[in-house]
Design a protein around this ligand. Sequence first.
Ligand code: SAM
Length: 240
Amino acid sequence: MKIEILTIFPGMLESPFRESMIRRAMDRGLVEIEVIDLRSFTTGRHRQVDDAPYGGGRGMIFKPEPLFRAVESLQERGESRARVILLTPQGRTFNQEMARELSREKRLLLICGRYEGVDERVREALVDDEISIGDYILTGGELAAAVVVDAVVRLLPGFLDEESVTEESFSGSLLEYPQYTRPPVFRGMAVPPVLLSGDHAAIARWRRKQALLRTRERRPDLFAKAVLTPEDRRLLEEEL
Ligand code: SAM
């Protein structure tokens, strides 16, 4: 997969992709990430990317010309057309299902806004998808782009083993069960005995039950969407 990110602050995206497992995915050729300075698509001495909003009001807006020039020339140079995504608080709220959907694309082009946002014509003519990472306002789209890239790259085939991806929170509309590691007792807090039993069937049942209880308690919205098996219902009834 190829991911291109357009920003006026390329430095903000250096460290998230230079460290850790995303770096390893790049080194292994699973993904190529290119951070591109939007200012290199400006004309004029001042390399201006923004201008005042028509109709008045505070703040500045990204002008259409540099973004049109950037997206059009990036689309032309690639072998396949990129899916163009604008990071914006007005977009669809990002979730694991969207990450999975994006992980199937060959090429993504993310646009990071700044100031008061981008000229509406950019949305209308250039953008395929608008994504928000939550109901709050950031100063720019760079951190949102890093979140989307991180969630998408870890789903690329070969990044993690299948089991970790299918067992973790949200994969089946449930939160993950509690996890423990050594020591077996820490400051008087003991690991549930079943996890030390070596009985794999009992461990699987315990984990499923914990995932069900945890989701019902913390995320009733997710729990309402979960498809429960008769065994799940039995595990829940044990609690009553
Ligand atoms: N005035 C804009 C509005 O109300 O929609 C907000 C602009 S915000 C200060 C600047 C930029 O940060 C946006 O263009 C967008 O790229 C990014 N941004 C802010 N909050 C975001 C969020 N929750 N999700 C994704 N991007 C966000």
